[in-house]
Structures are given as C-alpha cells and as structure tokens.
Design a protein around this ligand. Structure first.
Ligand code: ADP
Ligand code: ADP
Ligand code: ZN
Ligand code: ZN
Length: 754
C-alpha cells in the first residue's frame, strides 16, 4: 500500500533520542533547530543514508565495490522512502576540464547548436568540444593555458650536477633521476653548468639513448631522456588542476604559465573557433555572464534557422535556471574548482531542475548559503518547482524566509548535543510562529537595529583594488569595531576581503568553518591545549611518565593503536567499523586505564563534557580554557569527541575559543552564520562583541540581517553581481544605511517593518 508519509521509527544516530517522526511526501519539509540539535543526524545520517544504502543494495556486489559505502543507520525502521538526491555544499571537484558549462550540460547544447547551424558548416558536435581530440586546441590540448618550463628557474648554472644544479626536489643529488645523468658518462659531474659546451648542454636537455646505470649494487640498462623532455613528460603534460597542492606548488616554482598562444584561452581548434551563430563565436557565448547569455539567446531565438530553434529554446530554459537561482553573474567557462560551497550547491540544483525524474527525494543542506536576502525569494521558487514536479523536498535551513516556504516544519531540540536530539515541534510555518520552542520564539519578531555604534580607532585602507570584478575600489576598513561587508552574491565581497584585504594585511587571522584537524586522534582536548595539562596532572598523581596518556604513545591500546575502533575490509563487500574488543573503545592500555586522577581514569576524563570538566578541574589554567569553550556555547562537547565529527559551526566556535584571550588582532570571518540557528547567532554576536571590546577588530562577510543590524560599520557592495557589481555603494553605521538606496538597505527596512 502506498503511503503519503515517510515513517521513521526509533532513530538513534549520534545524539538522536529514539526519534519517531512522519514526513509528508511530495511536500517541502524544513528541519530547524540550534546547531548541534541533531538535524543532520536525522536528515543526512539517517534518512538520506538509508535511502542510499537501500539503493546500493540493489546493485551486485561487484558494482557496489565502486560505490561509496553507507553503514546501516541506527534506526528501528524507515518506511516509504524514495531514492534520494543529496544536494550539499561539497565543492564540485574535478579538473581544469570541468567548467560551469560542462557540469550543467549547457556546453553540449551549445555544441549541438553550432554543429547544426554554425557558419561555415563545420561538422559534428564533437568538433566543438575541448574535451574531445576532434575539437580541442592542438597546442594546449583543450586546457586554454600552456605551462612552459623555465630553465632559469630549474637550473642553478653556477653549480655542477654533483652540487645540485637541478633544483626540482625529484632531481636531488643521490636520487635515481640524477644518477641516470651522472652515470651516463656523458658529463663531468663536477663541472659547473655555465662551463658546459653547447653540445653538452644540448645532450643534458634533449639527449636520448641507452645508458648502463649502477644502482644499489646492480647494473641496469635504462633509457636516457634529456632533462627538458623528462620534466615535460613527468609534470607539464599532467593536468595541474588535478595535482595535489604540494606537487602543484613544487611545479609552479619552475614554470611560467600563460594563456595558450594558439587558441588565446578559447581551448578549441582553429576551425571550431572560427565558426559562428548569429555573429557570435562559441567562445563569445561561453565568456558571457549567464544573465547576458540569456539576453543574447533570446535574440538568437528569433533569428536562427529552424533547425536551431528547439536547441535555443532548451538553452534558454537552462540558462534561465542559472539566473533564477542567483548565479546570473557566473560565466560558463568558469572552472568548477574555483566555485564556493554555496555556488557549487546552486549549480547542482540547476542540474536537477532540468531532470524529468519524478517522485525522488531531494535533500538540501542550507541552500540559502551565500545568498543575499534579495535572492532568497528566487531560491524558494525553485524549491517549489521541484515539489510541484512531484518530488519530496527535505531542507535543513535557518533562514526565516526559506522556513516560511515550508509545507511542514520539523523543529529539533530543545538544545544541542546531549541536550538535544528530540523533535520538539512539527506542523505548519504558521503554527511554528506560535510554538514555545526556541525556533518558534525567534520567528515572531525581528531584532532591533544597533543604535550606538562603536567609534573606530583607526582604519586599514584597501587602495585601487581591481581583482575579478572590483572596479578600482578604495575603501577604509575601520579598526576597533565590527565591520560587516555585505552585498548580493557575486558583488565582490570575497574578492575584496579574502583575496585583497587578507593579501594586503597578512597579519589578519581568518576564522572559517573548515575542519580543525583531519586526524581521528585530535579532539577538543588536544586542539585547545587542555590535553597537555591533563597528561601532566595524571603523571604527577601517579608518579609515571606523562607520555603514557597519549593515544599516539606506548600507553595506547595495542590492538587498535589508540583508535578505539577496528576497521574490517571485506574486499568485495561493504567494510565495517567495530569497537575495539580489547579496550572497548577506551583507546588506552589496561595499565594506563588503571591510573586515576581524583577517582577518574584518563578515558573517563575524555568522556566528560566541557561543562562537566569545568566542575571537575580546579586548576586555574584548565579552567580558563574550559570557560572559553563554554563561553562559545560548546559546553555540551565531550573532551574526547574526534574533531572530524564536528560540524562547521562547531569547528568555527572551537577556533574562536582559542582566540578569546587575545587583543589588538584583526579577525576575518566569511559567512560565520552558516549552520547557525538564530539563537546561535545571538551567541556568536556576543563572542564577537567580546573580541571587539578587548581591543580587537572583526571584519565579517555576511548576508544575515541580524548580523548586519549589529554592525558598527557596514561596507555594502553592488549594485548587482559580476560585471554589474564590484563597487562600494555605502559605508557607514547601520542607522545611516536605512536611508540608502541598495538591496541591503531595502532588505533591512523590510525586516524591521515585519
Ligand atoms: P545539527 O545538524 O543540528 O547541527 P548534528 O546532527 O550535526 O546537529 O549533531 C548533533 C550532535 O551529534 C552534535 O553534538 C554533534 O557534535 C554530534 N555528532 C555528530 N556527528 C557525530 C559523530 N560522528 N560522532 C559523535 N558525535 C557526533
Ligand atoms: P561575493 O563574495 O560577493 O559573492 P565574489 O568575490 O565571489 O563575490 O565574486 C565577484 C566576481 O568575481 C563574480 O563575478 C565572480 O564570478 C568572480 N570571481 C570570483 N572568483 C573567481 C575566480 N576564482 N575566477 C574567476 N572569476 C571569479
Ligand atoms: Zn590552446
Ligand atoms: Zn583498543
């Protein structure tokens, strides 16, 4: 029997307390609640994970080998699930060959258009693909850039080969590569390169041949390959965009990179570049911002030969979706690796909007990220469009305007961590505004505008900034206050602050939401520096070495090497993780667990929450650190919880906790309200206030109106995104913004009138 609801019974992932909840199908359900209340645990770790797992089960064991593995979530049952499509903020990876146009499937349509009605007639649509040998520029193989080896950077000509004349680390003295040169017998290893004859230099750089090399006691016949050819083959022919940061950095020291001289960055063959439709070359279209492309396509619609009509109509539909979702400022030839998390999520959304699959379950993680209040309305239209096609839409969100579009709201709480994990309200948005929950209360009325703005103590000046879309911007960033930089998506905020400001004032400290430590061995205690003192206390109390009380030492459980869990790899089947049966997840050896401090073992201490630890420890230094952790609202965090399991907002706050004692520092934060509930935002603002009151300066990029209203100084960019933006429209305190004529001013006025 078909049911109208997804039925979840007894969900217990992470902090969930046996949650039982029904979610209406083919409607929009928004999940709300403070950061750490359990929204992701329910939506992503339980519902979406189970949908993915069940889908994977339908594949053969062989095929499953190639799919990500999903463990069985801790839940009694979930019924009536649909296949899930997760639209999250993970950056779109890929190589330099992946662009906004390729990933949205707009490029294939443009190619089709050129192959049908391009002048002169040029052939199949492959001939317009820079990822196809038929269409790619032969010089740069479709990358648009050429990288050339710079011998002046690679060689130190004052040195001999034996002295390390070749500077790339892979050609170090004693290594295999250099040995093939030295043992060829063709060079004097002690002669500085500047004394080489032309002939010797030519052999070193371009020679070929067979040479015997003595290596580790044996003789090997190997192929000699000149330095330039070897270097080109090993590094330059590789896609720089796909290299690790480290390899990229070491390569970039020895090359010059520039636009390809043949295609001028257009990536395509000369024939493809010469073709045109309605007077436009393919590169003209790909270099336009989406909103300009849309206008151009509308003109073309009336003029192209009939064979092109349906293709242009289809293109208009897709590009319109890009514009609607607030990406009108983005160019199709933009490489996806340079997109922000919010932009990546919206691009993924565009891909799905053109899909004709129905009865799917779409799961969004804070889709309002990176969007100005002005653009949120359009985002809502797209969520509604997905629903009206017959899909179930689940959204984790904090933005009031997005919550308002919900057919159904599931509010989690009452608080975070162990104090959360329950459904505290379900119902319509109207009912939520009357609910006695934290979310309900914040929905009711807008917070007031700051009236008494602080006076700046000075200013840091950005001069003549013209990076990306910035139009020769000169602007003062005041010190000793909270400055909020705002403006619609694509107006230039990140360029101004993250690139220009941080590039000009490198002492400024950036506090973002990125992970604070990838290692499973790091946790709040190690990150904040608590662990060193805790180890010392245990050592002193028991008369043993402090090193024993570390997961990485010989005090660690030898069965699991201090991980507390064992990973079992089953090869052709899904692998799994189980608690270590020797230490039972406690991570230390039996001997170490025997040592106590005031009745607790080291494992017991790591199980304490920050709040409990603040009562347990009387030592001044520990209490100072713990009170900072509690002050940033992380009192519920356990000292031993792996940092890899912290949410973005939790990572940001633990970073802030370690900064609270500083003074005279400039902090930069990019959309710090991401993942934060309105009550968390109040808390964040209190922490920022404290930093500023202690004599620090804080610069925040934000769209959130509560943060904007709380600024001492506002820098508003615009008027639009992309080339239509990049100007400073307003600077001053919030009370003056009210009189300005910008999207931000309009949004604040609207908010205060509610
Ligand atoms: P929300 O999405 O509402 O911000 P989460 O579902 O991410 O909340 O987290 C709920 C709680 O569970 C938080 O206290 C978080 O630190 C904790 N948590 C999340 N993932 C893990 C994990 N893998 N192991 C232990 N605790 C976790
Ligand atoms: P905001 O932070 O206000 O959303 P950005 O500073 O990210 O705006 O973008 C401003 C303009 O610069 C936009 O037109 C954007 O497409 C462009 N831009 C930003 N980063 C890059 C990049 N890495 N490569 C090319 N264009 C970029
Ligand atoms: Zn080229
Ligand atoms: Zn163990």
């Amino acid at each position: 029997m078909l049911s109208d609801h997804i039925e979840i019974t007894g969900a217990r992932e992470n902090n969930l307390k046996d949650v039982t909840v029904r979610i209406p199908k083919r409607q929009i359900t928004v999940f709300t609640g403070v950061s750490g209340s359990g929204k992701s645990s329910l939506v992503f770790d339980t519902i979406a994970a189970e949908a993915q797992r069940q889908l994977n089960e339908t594949f053969t064991a062989f095929a499953r080998n190639f799919l990500p593995s999903y463990g069985q979530p801790d839940v009694d049952s979930i019924d009536n699930l649909s296949a899930a499509i997760i639209v999250d903020q993970k950056r779109l990876g890929g190589s330099s060959r992946s662009t906004v146009g390729t990933i949205t499937d707009i490029n294939p349509l443009i190619r089709l258009l050129f192959s049908r009605v391009g002048q002169p007639y040029v052939g199949y649509s492959n001939a317009f693909s820079f990822n196809d040998p038929q269409g790619m520029c032969p010089e740069c193989e479709g990358l648009g850039r050429v990288t050339t080896l710079d011998l002046d950077k690679l060689l130190d000509r004052s040195k001999s080969l034996n002295e390390g004349a070749v500077l790339h680390p892979d050609f170090a003295v004693g290594g295999w590569y250099l040995s093939t040169y030295l043992m060829s017998g063709w060079f004097d290893g002690d002669k500085p390169l500047r004394d080489y004859t032309d002939e010797e230099m030519s052999v070193l750089l371009h020679g070929t041949g067979k040479v015997p090399v003595e290596w580790q006691g044996g003789k090997i016949n190997t192929t000699y390959e000149g330095l330039v050819d070897k270097f080109t083959r090993l590094y330059i022919k590789k896609d720089i965009g796909a290299m690790s940061e480290r390899n990229k950095a070491s390569l970039l020291r020895f090359v010059t990179a520039g636009t390809c001289p043949l295609c001028q960055g257009g990536r395509l063959s000369p024939a493809a570049l010469a073709a045109s439709v309605g007077g436009f070359h393919i590169t003209d279209l790909l270099a336009m911002e989406a909103s300009e492309l849309l206008a151009t396509l509308r003109e073309l619609a009336g003029t192209v030969p009939p064979a092109g009509g349906p293709i242009v109509a289809n293109l208009i539909d897709r590009v319109q979706n890009l514009v609607t979702i607030g990406l009108g400022y983005i160019r199709l030839d933009r490489e996806t690796t340079s997109l922000s998390g919010g932009e990546s999520q919206r691009i993924k959304m565009v891909r799905h909007l053109s899909s004709s699959l129905i009865d799917m379950m779409y799961v969004f993680d804070e889709p309002s990220i990176g969007l100005h209040a002005h653009d949120v309305r359009r985002l809502n239209e797209l969520l509604v469009k997905l629903r009206d096609k017959g899909n179930t839409v689940l959204v984790v969100e904090h933005d009031r305007d997005v919550i308002a579009v919900a057919d159904h709201v599931v509010d989690m709480g009452p608080k975070a961590g162990a104090h959360g994990g329950q459904v505290v309200f379900t119902g319509s948005f109207a009912e939520l505004t009357e609910a006695p929950t934290l979310t309900g209360r914040f929905m009711k009325h807008a917070l007031p505008l700051k009236q008494e703005a602080r006076t700046p103590t000075g200013a840091l000046t950005i001069r003549d900034a013209s990076r990306n879309n910035l139009k020769n911007v000169t602007v003062d960033i005041p010190t000793g206050v909270l400055t909020v930089v705002t403006g619609v998506a694509g107006s230039g905020k990140s360029t101004l602050i993250n690139e220009v400001f941080l590039g000009t004032f490198p002492d400024a400290i950036e506090i973002d939401q990125s992970a604070v430590g990838a290692s499973i061995r790091s946790n709040p205690a190690t990150y904040t520096g608590l662990m060193d003192d805790i180890r010392r206390l245990f050592a002193k109390a028991n008369g043993v070495n402090a090193g024993l009380f570390s997961f990485n030492s010989k005090g660690a459980c030898t069965n699991c090497q201090g991980l507390g869990v064992l990973y079992t790899d089953l090869g052709f089947m899904e692998g799994f993780k189980s608690p270590c049966d020797v230490c039972r997840g406690r991570r230390f050896s039996e001997e170490v667990l025997g040592y106590q401090l005031r009745g607790k073992s080291i494992a017991d201490v790591l199980e304490l929450t920050a709040a409990e630890a603040a009562e347990f420890f009387t030592e001044k230094k520990l209490r100072t650190i713990l009170s900072a952790v509690n002050d940033v609202g992380l009192d519920y965090l356990r000292l031993g919880q792996p940092l890899s399991t912290l949410s973005g907002g939790e990572c940001q706050r633990i970073k802030l906790a370690t900064e609270l004692h500083k003074t005279g520092t400039v902090y930069v934060m990019d959309e710090p309200t991401t993942g934060l509930h309105m009550s968390d935002i109040q808390h964040l603002l209190e922490i920022i206030d404290r930093l500023v009151n202690q004599g620090n300066s804080v610069v925040v990029i934000e769209h959130n109106l509560d943060v904007i209203k709380n600024a001492d100084w506002i820098v508003d960019l615009g008027p639009e995104g992309g080339t239509a933006g990049g100007e400073v429209l307003f600077t001053g305190p919030p009370a003056d913004l009210l009189k300005a004529d910008t999207y931000t001013a309009e949004a604040v006025r609207h908010d205060l009138a509610v």
